[in-house]
Design a binder for this molecule. Structure first.
Ligand code: SER
Length: 317
């Protein structure tokens, strides 16, 4: 029997691309997209869509029963920058949506769960370079706190109730189809739009702020790789470190300037600088590479080329 999938938070940056890819692989009718509003019409029109508030167990359960869903990808979340503005809202959405889905798996209403964690689980006291899988974790953002607690819940539900939940700690994800919202790593997408449309970018981080990043193709591949891996291969049931590229705004700007020679950048750090300062510069993801053969494809040059190519096409069309 073909697996039926529900993606919660499917209108967002990563959820939408997961929906497109899973539909291409499994058939449009087997992937139900959902979000709290119809905020991404391209996605809404691309196949089955339900309006669901991820904080409501009843709404999620009704959708699962209606469509015979067995696997849930829970992509709804308030990210780091928005979370600092609305801490209680971030806690409410990020935690209750996860507990709703984990409890449905505990009760055998679904059989498999994907839930993303983040580099935000690390904090100012974590080692900054090649941050290990297991190390000091004292996140200083409410987003990071929800991800850290979420990881503990995932492992708890696996150990105590046999829930097949799988998770990776996404770095900043760079993509061109759907804009991100409310993250600290969003500058690395905004910079491309501004470079193409205005020739100038005013960056909210300092020029030397190195952060772990990844191109969307790699992020989608990692997500499907861990979900398709044999259960025995997924040895870490909190969340896996995952890494691809690491760069500073200055390095990214100079890569863009190779193709847009008149491009200029200025730096005006705001409250997001403090968040970025608390995160790793780079990540050690040896466990993911060993346990389920994770391998990234896009480096800084390949990612920049693809972003400029795709956004350049959008600009002329
Ligand atoms: N991209 C996220 C953020 O900046 C990190 O997981 O909030």
């Amino acid at each position: 029997m073909v697996s039926k999938i529900l993606i919660i938070g499917a209108c967002g940056q990563i959820g939408s691309e997961l929906a497109y890819q899973l539909r291409a692989e499994l058939g449009t009718e087997n992937v139900i997209a959902s979000d709290i509003t119809e905020s991404n019409m391209a996605l809404v029109k691309s196949g089955p869509f339900e309006t669901i508030d991820a904080r409501s167990l009843g709404e999620i359960e009704a959708c699962i029963q209606k469509h015979n869903v067995d696997t849930v990808y829970l992509m709804a979340a308030l990210l780091s920058a928005t979370g600092e503005k609305y801490p209680e809202k971030a806690w409410d959405l990020n935690m209750n949506s996860l507990l709703n889905v984990l409890n449905l798996a505990k009760d055998k209403i679904i059989s498999k769960v994907f839930w993303p964690s983040s580099i935000a689980v690390f904090g100012p006291t974590s080692p900054k370079t090649n941050t290990p899988q297991r190390t000091i974790m004292e996140p200083s953002t409410v987003y990071g706190i929800t991800k850290q607690v979420g990881e503990r819940w995932c492992e708890y539900y696996f150990n105590n109730y046999g829930v097949d939940v799988r998770s990776i700690r996404y770095p900043g994800i760079i993509s061109w189809k759907t804009l991100p919202g409310g993250g600290t790593t969003d500058y690395a997408i905004d910079i491309f739009h501004k470079a193409i449309n205005e020739g100038h970018y005013d960056c909210f981080l300092t020029e030397d702020t190195a952060l772990p990043m990844m191109f969307m193709e790699d992020a989608v591949k990692a997500t499907l790789d861990i979900m398709n891996a044999d259960a025995d291969a997924v040895k870490i049931r909190s969340s896996y470190n995952l890494s691809a590229i690491s760069f500073t705004p200055k390095q990214l700007a100079s890569e863009i300037a190779k193709q847009i020679p008149d491009f200029t950048i200025s730096y005006n750090p705001d409250f997001r600088q403090k968040i970025a300062n608390s995160w790793p510069n780079s990540i050690d993801d040896a466990d993911a590479r060993q346990d389920w053969n994770w391998k990234h494809s896009y480096d800084l040059v390949a990612m920049t080329n693809e972003m400029l190519l795709q956004l350049g096409k959008q600009a002329v069309s």
